[in-house]
Design a protein around this ligand. Structure first.
Ligand code: ATP
Ligand code: MG
Length: 412
């Protein structure tokens, strides 16, 4: 069903409060729910986890599997429009929902983002428009394709076509033997082998596109990953060169238009040397939803990525986001609850919260915790958004916060 305007605080034809639904109850769903509620909407979350971060806050929490027909029926009965917060929602569930309710992004767009091969094919198709190509790669679906891999893709990274996230489902391989072993290790599922590129930097771009085709872009984010997981995002003038930022933004807009995308879309890029003393962009992957690298928008922009998601889903106008403060976002991963950081002399078995009071004593530190009941290494527990009046100040405060957390310092 196509989107219509759903004004906040109004009632639907059946007399119930206008309710926005989300498939998935993780932190992204939680921050969507917070943004929707702040604007006066009722919310519903479908997630099997009784303690899901979004389910804990939502007006309605339907606790079934994502493909459960009764659960989907309940969600449709409750909701006037439905979005998703993670790309591994089964596409058939979105098709079912989309037959009866407006769903954004569409099942088709989510299906492309769910499959690295379909995603890369989309990027290749967009390249004449976007001006940016994906890394050299090859599909590996069977032993014949494995044997036929061109030598110049090695060393490379073997990635499962589906269900990868935070560097999971990936193996770095240097030789044909290692490649064969890695494919076996990954269960001989459909994979893509990507050439390992010497990355100068990584960046990402968020856009929001309405059902009418209007698109707005957020400022370009510079990202630092540790062990395949996003650690830091920096957004301020000079974090990414103006020329690269312009290209990345134009590319992302083209990718969104070409998919007839409705909602918030994030596209990740690699910055590499162009071999002529300059820098070039390679498109890595996309997320059909708000993205961890866009969290800084909550405190540094006049429209957050979650507010933009609400607007696209409710058919409300989109305004060009304006960043009012230089920003650095620091991810708070579960290991910080166990880390032998500057404050605590020894790693303990019992989780201990990071030094919140000291962190919050720093000016411009905004703490976001997702309400997860237990900390585990690698688990995204929350993030800090750090804002300041100047680039020098935001970097100085971030340096202090990183020291307090026992995390590596910012790059020069
Ligand atoms: P996400 O959490 O973003 O969904 P993911 O598990 O889908 O992550 P990718 O984004 O493909 O994985 O890769 C994770 C990280 O690994 C990248 O951000 C980058 O640092 C590194 N990486 C991935 N592919 C390559 C490559 N071809 N060359 C060099 N580094 C790469
Ligand atoms: Mg990624």
């Amino acid at each position: 069903m196509s989107l219509k305007t759903l004004l906040p605080g109004s009632t639907s034809a059946t007399g119930q409060q206008i309710t926005l639904g989300v498939m998935g109850g993780g932190q992204l769903g939680r921050m969507f729910v917070q943004a929707a509620q702040a604007m006066g909407y009722f919310t519903a979350v479908l997630d099997p986890d009784t303690a899901s971060p979004a389910g804990l806050l939502s007006h309605f929490h339907i606790q079934t599997a994502y493909g459960d027909e009764q659960g989907l029926a309940q969600l449709m009965q409750r909701c006037d429009a439905i979005t998703t917060e993670f790309e591994n929602v089964p596409a058939p569930a979105l098709v079912t929902l989309g037959a009866h309710r407006p769903v954004a992004p569409s099942a088709t767009a989510v299906a492309v983002a769910q499959d690295r091969l379909a995603e890369k094919a989309h990027f290749v198709a967009c390249a004449p428009l976007s001006g940016v190509s994906p890394a050299p790669h090859a599909a590996i679906e069977n032993a014949a394709q494995l044997a036929a891999v061109p030598a110049d893709l090695l060393p490379g990274i073997l990635k499962t076509a589906r269900l990868g996230y935070d560097g999971k489902g990936q193996v770095r391989v240097a030789t044909r033997e290692a490649l064969a072993a890695a494919w076996q290790q990954l269960g001989e599922v459909t994979c893509v082998l990507e050439k390992m590129l010497p990355l100068r930097a990584e960046c990402s771009v968020l856009v929001a596109r309405g059902a009418d085709g209007q698109v707005v872009a957020f400022p370009v984010q510079k990202n630092t990953h540790h062990e395949g997981i996003l650690a830091l995002t920096e957004v301020y003038p000079g974090a990414v060169s103006a020329a690269l930022a312009e290209r990345a933004t134009a590319s992302t807009v083209a990718i969104a238009h070409h998919l007839h995308y409705v909602g918030v879309l994030c596209v990740e890029y690699f910055v590499v040397d162009d071999g002529q003393g300059g820098q070039d962009l390679i498109v890595n992957e996309m997320a059909p939803r708000p993205h961890n690298s866009g969290h800084y928008t909550q405190d540094a922009c006049d429209v957050s990525q979650f507010q933009a998601q609400v607007r696209t889903l409710a058919g409300l106008p989109l305004t060009t986001p304006r960043q009012h403060s230089p920003a650095i976002m620091v991810n708070l991963l579960g290991e910080l609850w166990f880390a032998p950081n500057a404050v605590r002399a020894q790693a303990s078995e019992q989780p201990v919260s990071p030094p919140w009071a000291q962190l919050l004593a720093l000016p411009g530190v905004h703490l976001h915790l997702y309400g997860k009941l237990s900390a585990r290494p690698g688990r995204k527990m929350g993030h800090l958004n750090i804002t300041a009046a100047t680039v020098a100040e935001v970097r100085e405060t971030a340096a202090q916060a990183l020291t307090l957390l026992g995390l590596p310092a910012l790059d020069a």
